[in-house]
Each structure stands twice: as C-alpha cells, then as structure tokens.
Design a protein around this ligand. Structure first.
Ligand SMILES: Cc1ncc(COP(=O)(O)O)c(C=O)c1O
Length: 361
C-alpha cells in the first residue's frame, strides 16, 4: 500500500458505472451493441444548447464563475424562489456527495430505502457515516418505515422520487406527511433526478415544500431530461442555510463554463426539452405495455427506464441481453433496469428479451 490512505477510503468499493457498448462488444466479440444502462437521454443536444456550448469554447482559457451566478438566477426564476436558495454542483451526484461532507461525521447515521441510487452508500462511507437501509415496499419507498428508522443520531435521510432503480413514485401528500414526522435536526434530501418524466398525478411540484420545511433540500439534474449527462451539472434548492453549507464543500470551479452555458440554454428551451421528455414517456409506456402483454411484472415506471424485478435471475438476464447486444443494468438478485432509448433501441431490447432464455416473471 503506497502512503497511508484513510481506512474508510481503502475499504470503499469504486462506483460502478453502466458498461459501455464498446466494452461489451469487445468482451463478447459482438458488433452493434447498444447501451441502455445509464438512464441517459437518447438525443444529442438541442440546437440552442449546442450553440451555447460552441460559443463557450472561446472562454475556456478562463475560469468559470465559481458561483455560477447567472445559472443560479435562472434556476431561481424557474422555481420562483430566491437565488440564495439555489446551489449548483458537478451533477446532482456531486451535490449529494457535498451534502454528506457538509452534514455527516464519523458515526452519524444516514437513512434511506433500499434498493435505491447506488451512490448513496458510497457517499455515506466517504463521510464514515452509518447507514440504515429500509426495504422498499412493492418496489416503492416505504415512507412510514423510513420515518420509523430515523433516530436522534440520523443527520440525513434520502427520499428518491422517482426511485432508481425501480422507477416508482410516492405522492406529494405522502412526502408532506413524512416531512412532518422527521425531526428538524435531520436533513431530508429529496432526490428528483427524474422528476421531469413523472406523469403520476399524485406527484406535484415539490418546490412549495421548501417554504414550510427548512430541513428539506431538493436535488435536480441536467443529466436526464435535459440530456447533458456528459457536462456534469446539477442543482439543489432549499433553505439558504443548507445551500450555504453545501457551497462550502464545492471544489473550486467544479461546474465548468460550457456546463453553465448549456444548462442556461436548456432552461431557456424548456418547451423543446419537454417535447423530448414526452417522446421518452410515450416510449416508456409502449415498452411497459409490451412487457406486461408478455406477462412480465413491471412496476409503475415514472422515470426514463423500466424495471424488471426478476430477483435471482437478474444476473443471467443481464448476460443474456448483453449476448444479444443490449447492455442493461443488472442488480444481482434484485432486478434488471433498462433505460428507455429511441424507438429502434427499445425494439432491439424487446426482441432480445423475447429471444433470451429467461422467461417472464
Ligand atoms: C436517483 C439519482 N440521483 C442522482 C443521480 C446523479 O445524476 P447526475 O450526477 O448525473 O446529476 C442519478 C444518476 O443516475 C440518479 O439515478
């Protein structure tokens, strides 16, 4: 071992990103693989976003605005809140990590339902916080049980809506009831990475909740609906005290100039963004209906992916799909998550699934 790494870091498993089509092609000796593994958008940048990125290239000899003032202002306007209630980071994952660094010390507790976003446990371990994981109920966040798991030592609780990897949602009323049960000393992180894809009428805009709950911080991203995953920009809205703590942990200039410009341009093109989201939602409904017609169990899909809770068959199904050139995300003994792509990719997935040895369950 070179040097003396912190034991918590030496014990930390690396974050496992979805496998790329190129890696799978190489490994399996196949051609034309497609990646439906990381919940990315199937579209390239909107023309106005591409234009903003191109014009920003002229500036890349300069540091970006560390505070991302113009972008924060646009986000504040979009949510009708004050600019000091907004922070931006290197993807919403960056902000989630910042939240853990800002609020958790060794031995503090972090609560979440599980399975959920795989980065939460890693960030908790980074801060040497202890985790309390509450099982999902019917593939959905069990807010009753989650509230019950919160103790005086719980510094932070994750609420993922829609949840990743299951794609299910809880209603805004339920979140309100949950918030009333959480002690104000515990930060509630409402992770809304997939909010734009939600069509469930029980889910309303959660922004008004921050006016009544000072311990609530809502995280959003430009990676999914806005299709800017490669630029790394996300944001959080909440009480200015939380924003100020999160800001202290931001790596200098972590959100680069191109990312800031692209995010601003994408906010300005929200109608076009929503049209693209509508296409993904329509494909999601088509794929889910096709799967159900084929007797697969598919929980209500409210994000840009579908979830096959195939339990012990997950790994085998993931491999069978990969052998047919469709790269998905298998969570061993839990299920397989499949990103909604363009029409042709979704058809490839459905055909591969019908062809493979794992039958509907
Ligand atoms: C639930 C959830 N939160 C946060 C993220 C982080 O996304 P990003 O860092 O690209 O904003 C993801 C990414 O897949 C996610 O699924």
């Amino acid at each position: 071992m070179t040097g003396r790494p912190r034991p918590a870091i030496a014990a930390l498993p690396a974050y496992k990103p979805g496998r790329s089509a190129a890696v799978v092609e190489e490994e399996r000796g196949i051609l034309d693989a497609i990646k439906l593994a990381s919940n990315e958008a199937p579209f390239g940048p909107l023309p106005s976003v591409a234009g903003a990125i191109s014009s920003g290239i002229e500036q890349i000899n300069l540091y970006a605005d560390h505070r991302a003032t113009a972008l924060r202002e646009d986000i504040a306007t979009a949510h009708a809140i004050d600019v000091d209630q907004v922070t931006v980071g290197a993807g919403s994952a960056g902000i989630l990590q910042q939240l853990l660094l800002a609020y958790c010390d060794r031995g503090d507790r972090v609560a979440m339902c599980w399975p959920s976003f795989e980065a939460y446990p890693l960030f908790a371990m980074l801060a040497e916080a202890e985790q309390d994981r509450v099982p999902l109920r019917d593939e959905t966040f069990d807010l009753e049980a989650l509230a019950g798991a919160i103790t005086a030592d719980t510094k932070l609780v994750f609420l993922t809506n829609p949840n990743n990897p299951t794609g299910t949602t809880v209603g805004t009323d339920e979140i309100e009831t949950f918030l009333q049960r959480v002690p104000t000393t515990c930060i509630v992180v409402l992770d809304e990475a997939y909010a734009e894809f939600v069509t469930d009428v029980r889910v309303a805009d959660s922004t008004p909740l921050i006016a009544h709950h000072d311990n609530l911080i809502i995280t959003r991203t430009f990676s999914k609906a806005h299709g800017l995953a490669g630029l790394r920009v996300g944001y959080a809205i909440g009480h200015r005290d939380i924003v100020s703590m999160v800001d202290r942990t931001l790596v200098p200039f972590a959100v680069n100039e191109l990312a800031q410009r692209a995010a601003q341009a994408s906010l300005a093109a929200s109608d076009e963004m929503r049209e693209r989201v509508a296409q993904v939602v329509s494909e999601r409904e088509r794929v889910a209906a096709a799967l159900r017609a084929d007797s697969w169990t598919v929980p209500d899909a409210q994000a840009n992916f579908v979830w096959l809770p195939v339990r012990e068959a997950a790994e085998e199904l993931g491999i069978e799909l990969e052998q047919r050139g469709v790269v998905t995300r298998a969570f061993p003994d839990v299920g397989v998550r499949v990103t909604i792509g363009d029409v042709a990719s979704n058809d490839r997935f459905l055909a591969a699934l019908a062809d493979c040895g794992v039958g509907p369950r």
